[in-house]
Ligand binder design. Structure first.
Ligand code: SF4
Ligand code: SF4
Length: 72
């Protein structure tokens, strides 16, 4: 289980992900592995989570947390 905080947001790679659709987010958002689905994102165009340091640090599994829901 991973929780959202600003320190993790600073590390999160979502902002650079093609699935993220940057123009839809007026301010930086992410750590979807903790917060889960966001209504603005629905089409999968790739997921950077497996390259994120937090993915291995927290032993996460799966991908596309912004569409599929949060990590277990
Ligand atoms: S959770 Fe994965 S697919 Fe969604 S924005 Fe982040 S890196 Fe991209
Ligand atoms: S694992 Fe994915 S959603 Fe979680 S902080 Fe890293 S890039 Fe963001």
């Amino acid at each position: 289980m991973i929780n959202y905080d600003d320190e993790k947001l600073a590390i999160c790679l979502c902002e650079d992900c093609p699935t993220y659709l940057k123009p839809l987010f007026p301010k930086r958002d992410g750590v979807f592995c903790a917060v889960g689905k966001v209504k603005e994102i629905s089409y999968k165009k790739g997921c950077l989570c497996k390259m994120c340091p937090l993915y291995s640090d927290y032993g996460l599994r799966g991908s596309f947390f912004c569409i599929e829901g949060p990590a277990d």
